[in-house]
Design a protein around this ligand. Structure first.
Ligand code: ADP
Length: 171
């Protein structure tokens, strides 16, 4: 059975055990999907992010942290920080891969069976969309193969360009 599903829409409206947020290192919220998640999820998510910040001083690029999901149709939000695109010579590919891998470490640790991912780094952070989609699909396919608990991974594309890219790459 194919466990990877492509969806076009708003990730805050897609029910899953965990929703991945494309956060920034401050963990204090921002624009794009981060803003949408905090807006829809309510203040408890930010409060938990603040506790993590006090403990470890935010989240490094390529890492991930987990909180509860407030009012979202989910149990958890996994906040990961993708790289900003600087032209490709600052380990952006590896850092994007690490962001997805860090999410799967938490997915394993918390026995999460269904998860939704946005297209990390392809908005405000400017990562080229096709390049990001190829990296995302490669890492996710491998992690799904290796993780016995995961049943469903939703790839939630907000913009049509990403949706079309994933559609073609997954055909
Ligand atoms: P980043 O800073 O990592 O680039 P953005 O939030 O700016 O994060 O963009 C990441 C991706 O999330 C973009 O492809 C953008 O279209 C998408 N996005 C924005 N809002 C939502 C949403 N509500 N649901 C799903 N994806 C979203």
């Amino acid at each position: 059975m194919n466990k990877i599903t492509l969806i076009q829409g708003d990730i805050t409206k897609v029910a899953a055990q965990a929703i991945v947020n494309a956060a920034n290192s401050s963990l204090l919220g921002g624009g794009g999907v981060d803003g949408a998640i905090h807006h829809a999820g309510g203040p408890t998510i930010l409060a938990e992010c603040q506790v993590i910040r006090d403990r470890q001083g935010g989240c490094k690029v390529g890492n991930a942290v987990i909180t509860s999901a407030g009012n979202l149709p989910a149990d958890y939000v996994i906040h990961t920080v993708g790289p900003r695109w600087h032209g490709g010579r600052q380990h952006e590919d590896e850092l994007l891969k690490n962001a997805y891998l860090s999410c799967f470490k938490l997915i394993d640790q918390y026995d999460i069976e269904t998860v939704s991912f946005p297209n990390i780094s392809t908005g405000i952070y400017g990562f080229p969309k096709e390049r990001a989609a190829k990296i995302a699909l490669e890492v996710i396919t491998q992690c799904v193969r290796e993780n016995t608990k995961i049943q469903k991974v939703n790839l939630v594309c907000f913009d049509e360009e990403n949706y079309n890219l994933y559609f073609t790459l997954m055909a």
